[in-house]
Design a binder for this molecule. Sequence first.
Ligand code: UDP
Ligand code: MG
Length: 340
Amino acid sequence: MREAIPKLYIVIPCYNEEEILEQSLDILSDKIKRLVSEKKAAEGSRVVCVDDGSKDATWDVIVRRAEKDSQVLGFKFSRNYGHQNAILAGMLESRKAADCVVTIDADLQQDIEAMDDFLARYMEGCDVVYGIRNDRNTDKAGKKFTAEAFYKMMRLMGADIIPNSADYRLLSKKALEALADHPESNLFLRGLIPTMGFKSGVVYFDVKDRTGGQSKYTLKKMLSLALNGVTSMSTRPLELIIVLGLLFCLMALVIFILSMIDWARGVVVQGWTTTVALLCLIGGMNLLTNGIVGLYVGKSYIEAKRRPRYIIDHAIWDGDGTVDDSGSDSERNFRGGDGS
Ligand code: UDP
Ligand code: MG
């Protein structure tokens, strides 16, 4: 059980969201005011916009907003680092100032009223609260199918994640500090956060239609997330290679015995087809398995470089955040060209 009302930071990743961001910020700003007045969140709670290298006017929207609304903070990446890195950055940069952080998509498809429940679980002592979506009826058929296939494949491949747990969740300061100790570049938060442990809770929420703009999760981004999810959470594909290899050795043995029988019976020209078929098959298997091993080697290579997971170009931040290092407590700091 917790006593003190927490300072809540709401993190929203934004990639080309100029069409809906203004409206979303209105809603979130109101929501924070309501939470504060209902004594569910403390004064000083904020909305943090992470501009993931948008090519449209998203950053201008954030700057304009931050100038007149002290509740809104933000920073802009130097380029597009992807959704996972955007929410990671928002959480990590907020962890000094906030008692807890909730991440939510810029299109606010997730029901913001669930935040009350998130905070209630937090007060009950949970350090991690997962948002779990009630159904996928509002998704287009294609999205629903790919999402379901994604969770099935993940489980099959040994990455145990809670199905339909979107990146809508609450982390306490303690959990955020633990998260900061995970330096991996191959980020898959949905898989990573459950491995950290801590007392956790779940909150069910409804999903609405996107009110404006297009989904920013292209098929390419989804595939990359799925691949990252599997390869960052499990090495089962490597184990499957061994099973596959054994299977083929067994098959080869059977074929060898069969051809020996053929040889004993004097029919030798036969089996040409089998030879060619096997050649193709084994060649194919070789390429495939090498590819899987290569995938992991490639990942190790990326991890070994230890490159920063994101680079911040511009920032608008309060004195007590981690983004700005100028140390002043009361002033709002505008760093970088657009903001100053
Ligand atoms: N997003 C991001 N970087 C990207 C792609 C998406 O920060 O490279 C953000 C996007 O602005 C949104 C969230 O991730 O806030 C989820 O994206 P979207 O709503 O387009 O995905 P969907 O709901 O269709 O899965
Ligand atoms: Mg969305």
